[in-house]
Design a protein around this ligand. Structure first.
Ligand code: HXC
Length: 519
């Protein structure tokens, strides 16, 4: 072949690529931009390290001839797939191109996504899926549905082996929502993301309810009501920035340790503010986040599901440069009680940390499970059981700090020694009891109170006696349920040291197939 012919072929390749890079064309791209959205390729470039993206399957085409599709060319079949790096670490990515037939998912579109997922699993690197799609490509019928099935299968089989992150950067409707739901974290963008199983029109037809798409499945709804969204950001730039931030805490796969990040914050730094934050008045709430941010390495706390089940705070952070998972009761909301939603929030996070070798630090100030018919009828028994299950199952290092209240079943649920905590630390303010004084005294001293001349005086006397006996950490420490009672100001140092020592902990399971988490 002559040099000239070769050059023609290479030019031809360039032209073909340039054509395909335009996706649905300039007008469709313009429309995408006008909606405050980036294109599929722009999103990848914002997410990945500069010039690191290697696209695969650019030339894939659909094979359908139904409903006029035969005459249509769909560049890259509506999804951009490939690999690259984020902060120098490998990552696999797919990004649906709404400018091409609404990013709808047909047979080949799905095959491209599956190929990327298979590569990621083989390599042991995270997958980020950027969703912007009208759902199953209607013209391709059952092949589209099969495509989703193949993705769900891979989502599940990859779960706990590689981190999977879903960005909802447009509509995500019907069964399509279940791929993100099977992944580990869902990012949504205000005003842009929509997720629902059935859209507003179907809802109206089925139930008569009138609801806007935003109210039904927008970012705010999923951040506050359903708990489906883990992170909500104001715009796409901020969203991809946050994805990168999250990835920096995570190992690439379950056989690796999370990445270490040099910290200038000494682990021996004392926490004088802790004496100011917590009140010994058990009815006075305080913000547990003030404790968390001062406990962990400076500016390292990344809160997850911030606006959902706010009576519990979860998030990733670093201690001495290493990733840890924080699970904490929040006395500011519902007095920090455990309820149905915290059951989901905490157990999912604990299992994620356990799967990816992230030690757990649990901060306890919990008066109990939330009482009421709503909770009982809603299944607080099985939802609460998820926390017990997740902590008991977790084999990563587990360090527990009891700050104030630790009552009853909720004490047990918040990673007590009996659920396998490796080290339980308690502040002198800790109150470890079967229940709070009021409830306890009314039950065990009912006769004495009724028989007394002045019931109020008698009750107060008995309350004081109960508090004296149980509102302290020493009863538990006497029996070894608490390993150390510590000066609150030493908490950071004590937790960091415990993590350092228990880092090398190894526990092997009994080789069962898997347990049955109470869902
Ligand atoms: C084929 C589709 C499509 C789909 C959109 N398009 N969704 N083509 N299959 N599912 C095409 C449109 O025909 C249009 O093509 C282009 O994409 C852009 O769509 P518009 O409607 O013009 O855009 P917009 O007004 O922004 O509305 C976006 C939308 C709407 C809200 C997503 O398109 C929509 O409601 N689509 C259908 C959503 C849906 O019901 N999907 C099926 C869900 S069931 P042209 O050629 O005009 O540019 C499902 C089952 C999955 O997904 C089950 C998995 C187990």
């Amino acid at each position: 072949m002559t040099r000239k012919k070769l050059e023609e072929l290479v030019d031809g390749l360039g032209k073909k690529k340039d054509g395909l890079f335009l996706g649905g064309g300039s007008a469709a791209i313009e429309k995408q931009h006008q909606g405050g959205k980036m294109t599929a390729r722009e999103r990848i470039h914002v997410l990945l390290d500069r010039d690191s993206f290697e696209e695969v399957d650019l030339f894939v085409e659909h094979r359908s001839d139904r409903f006029g599709l035969g005459e249509k060319s769909l560049p890259a079949d509506g999804v951009v797939t490939g690999f690259g790096t984020v902060d120098g670490r490998p990552i696999f990515v797919y990004s649906q191109d709404f400018t091409v037939i609404g990013g709808s998912l047909g047979e080949m579109h799905a095959k491209k996504i599956c190929k990327i997922m298979d590569m990621a699993l083989k390599v042991g690197a995270p997958v980020v899926g950027i969703n912007d799609s009208g759902g199953a490509r209607i013209q391709e019928g059952i092949d589209s549905l099969s495509g989703y099935g193949q993705i769900f299968f891979r989502n599940t089989r990859s779960s706990g082996i590689i981190p999977q992150i879903a960005v909802i950067a447009g509509p995500c409707a019907g069964g399509a929502v279940y791929s993100p739901a099977l992944m580990d974290f869902i990012f949504m963008i205000e005003g842009i993301s929509k997720m629902f199983v059935t859209g507003p029109q179907v809802v109206k037809a089925a139930t008569g309810e009138e609801v806007s798409a935003e109210e039904l499945g927008g970012a705010h709804t999923h951040a506050t009501k359903s708990g489906v969204a883990h992170f909500v950001l104001k715009n796409e730039d901020a969203c991809f920035g946050e994805v990168k931030k999250l990835l920096a805490y995570l190992p690439s796969n379950n056989a690796e340790e999370p990445p270490y990040r040099e910290s200038s914050d000494p682990v021996a730094r004392s926490n004088p503010s802790f004496l100011e934050v917590v009140s010994t008045n058990p009815n006075k709430p305080y913000d547990i986040k003030k404790i968390i941010v001062d406990l962990v390495d400076r500016d390292s706390f990344l809160e997850i599901q911030r606006d959902y089940a706010r009576n519990m705070v979860i998030g990733l952070a670093r201690m001495g440069g290493n990733t840890v998972g924080i699970v904490a009761n929040q006395p500011y909301h519902l007095a920090g009680c455990l309820d149905i939603d915290t059951g989901d929030k905490a157990s999912r996070f604990i299992r994620f940390c356990d799967a990816f070798n992230i030690p757990l630090v649990t901060l306890v100030d919990v008066p109990g499970f939330l009482p009421g018919t709503n909770q009982e009828f809603g299944g607080i028994i099985r939802h609460g059981a998820k926390i017990l299950y997740a902590y008991s199952e977790a084999t990563v290092p587990k360090i527990t700090v009891i700050i104030r209240k630790a009552y009853g079943g909720a004490y047990l649920a918040m990673c007590c020694r009996d659920l396998g905590a490796d080290l339980v630390l308690a502040w002198p303010t800790a109150e470890i009891a079967v229940m709070g004084a009021e409830g306890a005294v009314n039950i065990i001293f009912r006769r004495e109170i009724d028989a007394s001349l002045d019931t109020n005086v008698e009750r107060e006397k008995l309350l004081a006696q109960y508090r004296q006996e149980f509102y302290n950490p020493y009863e538990a420490a006497k029996r070894g349920y608490v390993d150390q009672v510590i000066d609150p100001r030493e908490t950071r140092f004590k937790v960091a040291r415990a993590l350092e020592i228990f880092w090398s902990k190894r526990e092997n399971g009994r080789g069962k197939k898997h347990g049955i988490i109470p869902v």
